[in-house]
Design a protein around this ligand. Structure first.
Ligand code: ADP
Ligand code: MG
Length: 623
């Protein structure tokens, strides 16, 4: 199957094109491309900078500003300035609750199982929309650089991202008007930037220490194809922690506590600390002097390399623990490694290189490329490969159209995205939405539209005899396995009881190249409106589930509730019902949150009663 290039805006087939390589980072994002007839990629400067801070600020009219100007708002308007969106992608509230104190904007917890949303004034944004705003800024910048409309990109994600986080990244691209040709792992991108694929075989360790995250991955390269063997790390460890340690070290002699500082003071002190750290990375023999004014008093601080080293040591030690864990997970010993690659701005700190070269004696450590650019540079190499500009690289067989199943509201849930390598195997867990549900229909579709009605149906079957359980309790795993001859095997299994059912389908059966092309064009021309539709349907689904849960709760616990509580809840439920068909997800989310805020206090009270009863030997299973 050859690659077809399509203009997302017009739906026409294009001849000449630029495919962007995008590093959508937690702290900063970058764009790169490979100039025609060249092998090496280059960073595209956007708004006069190579790095675009991954920050979105919303003004009073809900208009977004992205990048350096948004970052500048972090101090004066922290509640309207969204950073670290990448950490929220594909996550629900339970996943991020423990780290909420690091976030200055409002995160919504209307339903702990659903994906997180960010609230600014009366508007609700999910991480996909926020990431899309960043991607739009990158696309716009690249378009003005080339003076050309750009519609295609390769986007990188951490190796530890799961399927739903990868899908969320694809959706963000779609919403930004980009056809995401491929999602690739950041360590693979870094390896491509260093031209590792030319060595054909080997074992590579990629050490990535950024601002707020650390991860290490072990890759194997076999016949020019990369595979991630293991990955380990800490999503809350990075250069920011070094800055914080420096700040606390300085404050230790003053009697001032870091936590008693206001936002502005914290931010200014952190900036001094970060600058001192960067200065010392460049010249280890100096002593940095800082004059910090606090409530009208000047404080003199200083820092030398030895002190910095001691402050950073616990952080380096933690990363080295992960390194050894990743090696043991991959079942690789230190002397089997062929290359180490350094990624992330914090690897400029000389101790990192020193520590790694002591542990990996004799292994080549790659740090010639700019560590905060290397991921984007590699994404551009992948883009160049996909564009067919590298004759030496063989493209593996890929599936031309996405494969997925129908979920609530008639939505297409993609399990194997188009352009995935064949063979490919993906599993995802689903559950029931109604109490006592014993059957579940699994309908398999192919295509790029968000509604299954617009896609091609490949087949369906019913998973029967699921034991009756409360909604949400069954764990139904759907597995898609696409083998080398293009046969798709779909299997559904309820994990608690073991009941299972499967079907085999030939997705390409009765499909001409012409039809594939038409389906691709249709998916791309409708991409943005489709995603809008999807977000609205998802909000409706969530609201429907909330109504179901709330009504059931009222029914079962009326004896413990006051008339005001029951009436107030019913009234709010009616408000949501009235909005369900409005296609206005902000209004729907707001109504859901209002109901949630209202019920929270007495829901907790009823829970306590239930637990007390249970301790006396009663049953809480029916609450
Ligand atoms: P992310 O992957 O989180 O988007 P980056 O790779 O851009 O982040 O790295 C940002 C981090 O790198 C910041 O903590 C910054 O202070 C740190 N950094 C940048 N330059 C240096 C330097 N010369 N020495 C030490 N740390 C640095
Ligand atoms: Mg990074």
């Amino acid at each position: 199957m050859s690659k077809i290039s399509i203009n997302i805006a017009t739906g026409s087939i294009e001849k000449k094109k630029v495919i962007l390589g995008i590093d959508l980072g937690t702290t900063n994002s970058l764009v790169a491309y490979v100039p025609e007839n060249q092998l090496n990629s280059e960073i595209i400067s956007i708004n006069q900078g190579n790095l675009v801070p991954s920050v979105v600020y919303f003004d009073e009219n809900a208009l977004p500003i992205v990048g350096a100007s948004a970052k500048a708002k972090l101090i004066e308007s922290p509640e309207r300035t969204i950073f670290s969106v990448k950490r929220l992608l594909g996550k629900n509230y339970n996943d991020v609750r423990d780290h909420q104190d690091l976030i200055s904007y409002q995160i919504i917890d209307d339903n702990t199982d659903s994906l997180v949303k960010v609230r600014v004034d009366d508007r609700f944004y999910n991480p996909i929309e926020l990431s899309a705003l960043i991607l739009k800024e990158l696309k716009k910048g690249a378009e003005s650089h080339f003076n050309l409309e750009i519609t295609q990109a390769v986007i990188t994600v951490p190796a530890y991202f799961n399927e739903s986080q990868r899908q969320a990244t694809r959706d963000a691209g779609k919403l930004a008007g980009l056809d995401v040709l491929r999602i690739i792992n950041e360590p693979t991108a870094a390896s491509l930037a260093y031209g590792m694929q030319e060595k054909k075989n080997g074992k590579i360790l990629v050490y990535d220490l950024g601002g707020g995250t650390f991860d290490v991955s072990i890759l194997t390269l076999e016949d020019g194809v990369f595979e991630v063997l293991s990955t380990h790390g800490d999503t809350y460890l990075g250069g920011d922690d070094v800055d914080r340690a420096i700040a606390e070290f300085w404050l230790s002699g003053t009697g001032i506590e870091f936590n008693q500082l206001n936002n502005l003071q914290k931010q200014s002190l952190r900036l001094f600390a970060e600058n001192a750290k960067i200065q010392l990375s460049k010249d280890v023999f100096q002593t940095v002097h800082v004059n910090w004014n606090y409530s009208g008093t000047d404080h003199e601080f200083q820092l030398n390399y030895q002190q910095l080293k001691e402050l950073a040591q616990p952080i380096i030690d933690k990363t080295m623990k992960s390194v050894h864990q990743a090696l043991s997970d991959a079942q690789i010993s230190v002397n089997e490694l062929n290359e180490v690659i350094l990624v992330g701005g914090s690897t400029r700190f000389p101790e990192i290189y020193k520590t790694l070269s002591e542990v990996f004696k004799g292994v080549h450590i790659n740090n010639q490329l700019n560590p905060d650019e290397v991921v984007a540079l590699g994404a551009a190499v992948e883009a160049d490969i996909l564009a067919g500009n590298r004759k030496d690289i063989l493209l593996l067989d890929v599936t031309p159209l996405s494969l997925g199943i129908e979920t609530a509201g008639g939505l297409m849930d993609v399990l194997i995205p188009r352009n995935s390598k064949i063979p490919s195997r993906v599993g995802r867990e689903y559950t029931t939405s109604v109490d006592g549900q014993i059957n579940m229909k699994i309908a398999v579709y192919q295509g790029e539209r968000e509604l299954v009605a617009e896609n091609r149906k490949l087949g369906e079957f019913i998973l029967k005899n699921i034991p009756a359980m409360p909604a949400g309790l069954p764990k139904i795993e759907i597995q898609f396995a696409l083998n080398a001859d293009g046969m798709l095997k779909v299997k559904a299994k309820e994990l608690r009881s073991g009941v299972e059912q499967d079907v085999e389908i030939q997705p390409s059966y009765g499909l001409s190249d012409q039809q594939v092309e038409e389906m691709l064009v249709s998916g791309l021309t409708h991409a943005q409106s489709d995603i809008e539709l999807r977000l609205n349907i998802e909000a409706q689904n969530e609201a429907t589930q909330m109504i179901y849960t709330a009504e059931r709760f009222l029914e079962k616990n009326s004896e413990f509730l006051t008339t005001e509580e029951i009436q107030g809840s019913k009234q709010r439920i009616e408000t949501i019902k009235g909005l369900l068909d409005s296609n206005n997800r902000h209004e729907i989310s707001k109504a859901v949150e209002t109901l949630n805020d209202f019920t929270k206090p007495f829901a907790e009270r009823v829970m306590d009663i239930a637990i007390a009863k249970a301790l006396k030997g009663n049953d809480i299973a029916n609450l």
